[in-house]
Design a protein around this ligand. Structure first.
Ligand code: SF4
Length: 230
């Protein structure tokens, strides 16, 4: 089973904080977030897919030069080939990072034993997910994904992108308290960025009434690690 790859970043210092990593962008995502900054990766098949064998050949040339490989997307767990792909990358000696929305909890649980770090997007209070994703039932799936990550004990960063038209400040605060109560230890809130966003309305109406840093000031004490990416 191969992995459909829509893009490859040879070196990143930001996709896995503290690590030098290559980023493999997996093709395909079942959700339709208006603020998605990689919309080319949403369709199941991409126009510029990179053969998985080429990705492996690239990684062989980077052995000893990179700390790890991040599987991002799109949604990596949408593909059944992810497990084998991770095994192959681990066999080359790389640590594994995973960016996910958690929407395939069983597949996520299956790969977590191979994963060293997870960046898990929590997009909204779980009952309000369709407002962001456009997909009914998405909150239940994401909730199940969060539970899998927490139960696994794998190091995590839970992050929420805040667009003022999709998530009110009070909802961010309520969500943070909920996540802290569930056992999330590392939380990041990040401001919406218009780069790549194809929803003209969201791009136009992104002005905040108060800085995201101010919202973050109410949340810092809830988590072992907390930051605001404004
Ligand atoms: S879950 Fe991520 S990749 Fe999928 S549409 Fe939303 S932002 Fe884009």
């Amino acid at each position: 089973m191969t992995l459909r790859v829509g893009g490859l970043t040879p070196l990143s210092t930001s996709d896995w904080p503290g690590m030098l990593a290559a980023v493999v962008f997996c093709q395909g995502c079942p959700w339709r977030c208006g603020y998605c900054h990689n919309p080319d990766l949403i369709p199941a098949r991409g126009d510029n897919e990179i053969p998985w064998e080429d990705v492996l050949a690239f990684l062989r040339r980077r052995q000893g030069l990179l700390d790890g490989v991040v599987f991002s997307g799109g949604e990596p767990t949408a593909q059944v080939g992810l497990l084998d792909a991770m095994r192959e990358v681990r066999a080359l000696g790389f640590k594994i990072g995973l960016h996910t929305g958690g929407m395939y909890p069983q597949r996520l649980a299956a790969v977590l034993p191979l994963v060293d770090w997870v960046g898990l997007d929590v997009k909204a209070p779980f009952a309000d997910y369709p407002r962001v994703t456009g997909v009914a039932g998405s909150g239940e799936r994401a909730h199940a994904g969060l539970l899998e990550v927490l139960a696994s004990g794998v190091a995590h960063e839970v992050r929420t992108t805040v667009h003022p038209a999709l998530l009110a400040d009070a909802e961010v605060v309520g969500l943070a308290h909920d996540l802290a109560a569930r056992g999330v230890t590392h939380y990041v809130i990040q401001a919406f960025r218009s780069q790549g966003c194809q929803d003209a309305g969201l791009c136009r109406n992104a002005t905040r009434e108060r800085p995201l840093q101010d919202v973050g000031g109410e949340l810092a004490g809830l988590f072992g690690e907390f930051s605001v990416r404004a």
